[in-house]
Design a protein around this ligand. Structure first.
Ligand SMILES: [Zn+2]
Ligand SMILES: [Zn+2]
Length: 335
């Protein structure tokens, strides 16, 4: 089968013909119908220090945001999954034995393995997923939008923690998860959502996703005026602006991971303003997926609007170029 493979611990990937994988015990084999490219895939492509720290073994089939049809199940256990089901993968493969797993925090498992990072992923014609991280899709939405449920799930988890209803919400950073956060904040009843992003292309997408106002930088009139700030940029130079936007006694939720250490004025923002800071890693398993699915089913969020490009697997390099330009929403690969 055709697959996008990281063959060496260096920049770049190779498009290779590799043997068809088999479902190991308690795994499903899927025929991949769509796979979306994530910021993490750019890190892996470029071989950043993050990739070097997280990827132990090559060759590796990359890609973790997938949707596909089950063509084989290898288990003797009870399962609600069956052949023909249209499923997605949860990237965070929990072990179900550690303290966090046992207290229902499986998304922050202490021994987490990552799909498409620590084991073969889904930029391929076929992929295997552990049964325990396989999500059965019920939402009646286009296949290409289905693969982007994972970033939407991140946004749902962020908005849940932020309590956005009735509030003025500033979203800093309008990458795919930031764009989803705009839509989810509106769906959850935010009074006003403003999006801040340097690039114009994604500001325009944010308007389509329901942002009331968009800016390249935070306007003065919004300093200290937003009850909720969603820090999705992961840009250490922007985080000061994000904290500045928060109203006294407001809430900031950090999601974007800064590439370098961010220096924060604790006195100015946290003590003087009594801000509440929260952070989000991934999606609650499976609570967030149910909430995400509800939003899609009820038509409250239209994920198709952020899927701006579709490519064949063979066109991976072209897709990567567009990803890096920032002139795109979600790019979906169709094997
Ligand atoms: Zn992702
Ligand atoms: Zn665990």
């Amino acid at each position: 089968m055709l697959a996008v493979v990281k063959t060496a611990k260096a920049p770049g990937v190779t498009l290779s013909q590799i043997p068809l994988p088999k479902a190991a015990k308690n795994e499903v084999l899927i025929k991949v119908k769509g796979a979306s490219i994530c910021g993490t895939d750019i890190s892996i492509y470029d071989w950043t220090p993050w990739a070097d720290g997280h990827i132990k073994n090559v060759p590796l089939v990359i890609g973790h945001e997938v949707v596909g049809e089950i063509i084989d199940i290898n288990t003797s256990e009870n399962t609600h999954l069956k052949k023909g089901d249209l499923v997605s993968s949860e990237t965070h493969i929990f072990d179900n034995t550690c303290y966090q797993c046992l207290i229902n925090n499986r998304h922050i498992c202490e021994h987490m393995e990552l799909f498409g990072i620590g084991r073969n992923g889904g930029f391929a014609e076929y992929a295997t997923i552990p049964l325990r991280t396989t999500w059965k899709n019920t939402a009646k939405i286009p296949i290409e939008a289905m693969s982007a449920q994972e970033p939407l799930g991140n946004a749902v988890h962020v908005c849940e923690k932020a309590n956005v209803a009735g509030k003025t919400v500033a979203v800093f950073g309008l990458g795919p998860v930031g764009l989803c956060a705009v839509a989810v904040a509106k769906a959850y009843g935010a009074k006003k959502v403003i999006g801040i992003n340097r690039g114009e292309y994604r500001r325009n997408l944010a308007i389509k996703m329901g942002a009331d106002e968009v800016y390249s930088e935070l306007p003065k009139e919004y300093i200290n005026k937003c009850e909720v700030v969603l820090e999705m940029s992961g840009n250490s130079e922007v985080i000061g602006q994000s904290l500045g936007a928060a109203r006294i006694a407001g809430t900031i939720v950090f999601f974007g991971i800064p590439k370098k250490e961010a220096v924060i004025d604790i006195g100015k923002y946290f003590i003087n303003k009594e801000l509440t800071a929260k952070s989000v890693f991934g999606r609650k398993i499976w609570q967030t997926w149910y909430q995400t699915s509800d939003l899609l089913d009820e038509g409250k969020v239209d994920l198709s609007k952020i899927v701006t490009h579709k490519f064949k697997l063979e066109e991976f390099e072209k897709a990567m170029e567009i990803m890096k330009s920032g002139e795109c929403g979600k790019i979906v690969l169709i094997p």
